[in-house]
Write a protein that binds this ligand. Structure first.
Ligand SMILES: Cc1cc2nc3c(=O)[nH]c(=O)nc-3n(C[C@H](O)[C@H](O)[C@H](O)COP(=O)(O)OP(=O)(O)OC[C@H]3O[C@@H](n4cnc5c(N)ncnc54)[C@H](O)[C@@H]3O)c2cc1C
Length: 321
């Protein structure tokens, strides 16, 4: 099975497909698994996932990755699923980066589509040389001076997460109003993070790595240069279904129409999670988990005609009478 999209639904689908005895590859255009949770709110506490009264986004993603790991899925990260072709008993998905995957069945868990980070206009030359749009691993920032750019949830979440680790954290925002959650703003204000409002990054200096960042005060035009080894640009993402709209799927309000088995109507292609549309659809992590279990179980007989839709119980039969 190929799962397109390694967000919560895709990760749980990888576990589930493994549980059903399939080998699984997970493709995602982002460099990290976790979908919207990792990209937009890794430090937020989620309260409505069944079985977890409160769980931080990052911890939920880690738990999903661990749960799937028992079946050893193949991760194809930084790969955007671009083309779909059919063979007599399989589908072939080719990524924009040229990777080809042949699978018996595809489950699309593409959420909002491919995320593209909004670029920091003055920083593009330093991408990967100290400028990042994601913070996959916090400990690499130990003893660094970090500039976080943005005024939304991800900027504040990253600032808060980096504060105990980095030497200094400066949050730079071009206005004095923030879009972040009020409680997070309060926590950042009470922390070591320095907040500079009406400020922008005018230039980034350094050859191989970032050494200094030049900031401009937008109201006065005053500039100053401060040492920094890392810039986290958290300016949000644009999302686009892009190539998936050319797969012959029935689109409904910019989502993929599915039936009650999560079948899309295109041979060997199922979908689950935020990307699906049907009457009464509710876009939540919890519903994505249920939908992807439905998709994988209904895909099982497509992969192996001898397989049943009903999986049996993961807890086994030891307590059954
Ligand atoms: C700020 C915020 C807070 C939220 N809080 C909650 C909450 O408290 N509780 C809750 O239940 N929900 C919450 N949500 C919603 C929740 O995050 C989504 O319902 C959930 O992430 C959907 O999971 P998914 O796996 O369907 O899709 P996504 O998480 O969107 O993951 C889809 C993945 O597919 C990838 N992808 C898309 N197209 C392609 C392609 N062509 N090729 C390769 N990869 C592709 C994307 O890169 C992405 O990684 C929140 C959302 C936001 C933005």
């Amino acid at each position: 099975m190929l799962i397109v999209g390694a967000g919560p639904a895709g990760l749980y689908g990888a576990y589930y497909a493994g549980f059903r005895g399939m080998s699984v590859a997970l493709m995602d255009s982002l460099p990290e698994a976790g979908g919207q949770v990792t990209a937009m709110y890794p430090e937020k506490v989620i309260y409505d996932v069944a079985g977890f009264p409160a769980i931080r986004g990052r911890e939920l993603v880690d738990a999903l990755v661990t749960q799937a790991a028992q079946f050893d899925p193949t991760y194809l990260l930084d790969q955007q699923a671009a083309e779909l072709a059919h063979e007599p008993d399989a589908v072939v998905v080719t990524s924009s980066q040229g990777h080809r995957v042949r699978a018996r069945v595809v489950v699309i868990t593409g959420g909002l589509g491919t995320f593209t980070p909004r670029p920091l206009p003055t920083g593009t030359g330093h991408l990967g040389r100290g400028l990042v749009y994601f913070v996959p691993k916090l400990d690499v920032y130990a003893d660094q001076d970090v500039i976080v750019v943005g005024g939304g949830d991800s900027a504040f979440d990253w600032a808060l997460a980096l504060e105990p680790i980095a030497r200094s954290v400066t949050l730079v925002h071009r206005r004095d109003r923030f879009r972040a959650h009020a409680a997070t703003i309060e926590r950042v204000e009470a922390s070591r993070v320095e907040i500079l409002t009406f400020s922008e990054v005018a230039a980034i200096h350094g050859e191989d790595r970032i050494e200094k960042v030049e900031l401009v005060q937008t109201r006065t035009g005053d500039r100053h240069v401060r040492p920094a080894q890392a810039v986290v640009a958290a300016l949000g993402f644009t999302a686009d279904l892009g190539p998936l709209t050319r797969w012959g799927l029935t689109m409904a309000r910019r989502h993929i129409a599915v039936d009650s088995t999560m079948f899309t109507g295109v041979d060997r292609v199922f979908a689950a999670g935020d990307i699906t549309e049907y009457p009464g659809k509710v876009r939540l992590i919890a519903t994505g988990f249920g939908e992807v279990a439905t998709a994988v179980n209904n895909a099982a007989p497509v992969v192996d005609p001898a397989a049943k839709v009903f999986p049996g119980h993961s807890s086994g039969d030891s307590t059954a009478s």
